[in-house]
Design a protein around this ligand. Structure first.
Ligand code: RIB
Ligand code: CA
Length: 314
């Protein structure tokens, strides 16, 4: 069992990730923390509880975290995820309460326990990195409970929120910069599951419509239907779900190690992850000094991960 924590801004693809993480037999989902992003924090919390109920996991603690980014105003993505963030499916809402702790305190406590038992946790942020930045700067000792961070965000190629920037980083560039710097300072291995692979794990409508017989399967079907509507295609990508697949089955993902910087001040490039693919000599002689070197996903076995997701949510 791999102990994991997801940090989410539940939207449709975070929901795909939650169903997978909650139901896969090799993952021990210790907690889920929420942050404002795709939609407002109250909608994120409600959606997260609702999806975990559908997955049959009301035991997993859910904590509310940062409602807004560290500096810039929050800008939602309701045009992608619907007004309520879950495709406006009118899915039965959870009546469960959140954990009374703030997300950062829940993360601190679970990671402290993990450090004590030695069962180090893989942290899987699938949203703006506001909670993660706050955690690593407020409780740096919590890093002792971390095996690694595998986050969905950024892109070596083009963005989505803007031509230059991917939504999670664009929403809170300062948090991303702090999180990467803190991870480097604290010696935490980081993998970036960016847009370069994000769209490549696709479930067809036919595959989705074969899912039935449980709330998880029925919700999974509706999530893919909504995702395919958005892109007018005969299938939908599980988006954030691919990052969880990469934790379950790392051999389905190709990564290369590159220095990565976050652009904080560009008029048109703010929030860009600048993935430095130059040769070693250029990097070593960079007048701007060293950047955090992380694993960057460059290719994914989309069919393999789609089958993993389908087998688990059904
Ligand atoms: O850019 C895609 C990311 O932004 C995904 O995590 C999606 O859920 C949104 O948060
Ligand atoms: Ca997300």
């Amino acid at each position: 069992m791999k102990p994991v924590i997801l940090d989410v801004d539940t939207g449709l693809d975070d929901a795909c990730a939650l169903l997978l993480a909650a139901r896969h037999p090799e993952l021990d989902l210790k907690a889920v923390t929420c942050v404002g992003g795709n939609v407002g924090i109250d909608d994120v919390v409600r959606n997260t509880l609702t999806v975990l109920d559908a997955a049959g996991r009301p035991d997993v603690p859910v904590a509310r975290g940062a409602a807004v980014p560290l500096i810039q105003p929050v800008r939602s993505a309701r045009h992608v995820h619907g007004e309520d963030g879950l495709g406006d499916l009118d899915w039965p809402r959870s009546t469960r309460s959140t954990d009374p702790r703030h997300a950062v305190e829940l993360l601190r406590d679970v990671l402290r326990d993990a450090a004590a038992t030695g069962e180090l946790i893989t942290l899987i942020p699938l949203a703006p990195l506001t909670n993660i930045a706050l955690l690593l700067r407020t409780y740096p000792e919590a890093a002792r409970g971390l095996r690694e961070i595998v986050f969905m965000g950024g892109a070596a190629g083009i963005g989505n929120a803007t031509a230059a920037a991917e939504f999670n980083i664009w929403t809170d560039p300062e948090a991303a910069a702090i999180a990467l710097t803190a991870a480097k300072d604290l010696g935490i291995p980081v993998t970036m599951y960016g847009l370069d692979v994000f769209y490549d794990v696709v479930v067809t409508l036919d595959q989705a419509r074969a899912l039935s017989g449980s709330p998880s399967a029925e919700l999974a079907c509706k999530l893919i239907e909504k995702r395919s509507e958005r892109y007018q295609s005969d299938g939908g990508s599980i988006g954030d779900g691919g990052a969880v697949c990469a934790v379950i089955d790392p051999s389905g993902l190709t990564t290369l190690e590159y220095p990565v910087r976050i652009e904080l001040s560009g008029s048109w490039s703010r929030g860009r992850t600048i993935v430095d693919t130059r040769g070693a000599s250029d990097v070593a002689n960079d007048p701007q000094g060293p950047a955090a070197t992380i694993r960057v996903a460059t290719a994914v076995d989309g069919k393999r991960y789609a089958e993993l997701w389908l087998a688990t949510v059904s």
